[in-house]
Design a protein around this ligand. Structure first.
Ligand SMILES: Cc1cc2nc3c(=O)[nH]c(=O)nc-3n(C[C@H](O)[C@H](O)[C@H](O)COP(=O)(O)OP(=O)(O)OC[C@H]3O[C@@H](n4cnc5c(N)ncnc54)[C@H](O)[C@@H]3O)c2cc1C
Length: 140
């Protein structure tokens, strides 16, 4: 779809939203509208740590439905920084990276799963029957 078509489609999808939000959408630079592909990282098995590591979306991309992708990336940065500053020599650095990766896989993949669940729940809200079921289950 062209930027104009995408903008028109998104206007249609938010027609029930608060007028202030719709006004904000209407002020967008239409030519800058583009589609964003949402990807979810698969869980991958632990690897041998080295002086090369990963953080953020490079290892645990997730649906924005949970609002936690950037927060998890920042958590990675803080954990990695903590691990590296505690290490003193070359060998310690690789071990520190391994320690960071071990923790990061735990909370990172937990955040991916939570975001996928949030997206599934949001998706169900668009279907009246599923929405009713979801509210019943949530109340229970
Ligand atoms: C629609 C949407 C809504 C979101 N809402 C939220 C939210 O409410 N809360 C939240 O916590 N998260 C949210 N996120 C997720 C969040 O944006 C990402 O998880 C976060 O930006 C990941 O940070 P990152 O540094 O790992 O990757 P990125 O922000 O993608 O940064 C990677 C950078 O590397 C650059 N790059 C790529 N390839 C190369 C290369 N070969 N050489 C040099 N540079 C390169 C890219 O240009 C980019 O600047 C949302 C995401 C989307 C798409």
């Amino acid at each position: 779809m062209s930027p104009a078509e995408l903008h028109a489609l998104s206007a249609e999808l938010i027609r029930g939203w608060h007028p202030d939000l719709r006004a904000l959408h209407a002020m967008a630079d239409i030519e800058e509208t583009f589609a964003v592909r949402i990807r979810t990282s698969p869980v991958i098995a632990a690897w041998q740590p080295s002086r090369v590591t990963v953080l953020g979306d490079a290892i645990h991309a997730m649906s924005p439905a949970g609002g936690s992708g950037a927060n998890t990336a920042l958590q990675d940065a803080a954990q990695l920084c903590r691990a590296l500053t505690a290490a003193t020599d070359g060998e310690d650095i690789t071990a520190a990276i391994g320690q960071y990766e071990h923790q990061m896989r735990d909370y990172g993949y937990a955040a991916v799963a939570a975001s996928a669940k949030a997206e599934a729940e949001r998706g169900s809200l668009r279907n009246p029957l599923l929405s009713w079921l979801f509210r019943r289950v949530a109340r229970a």
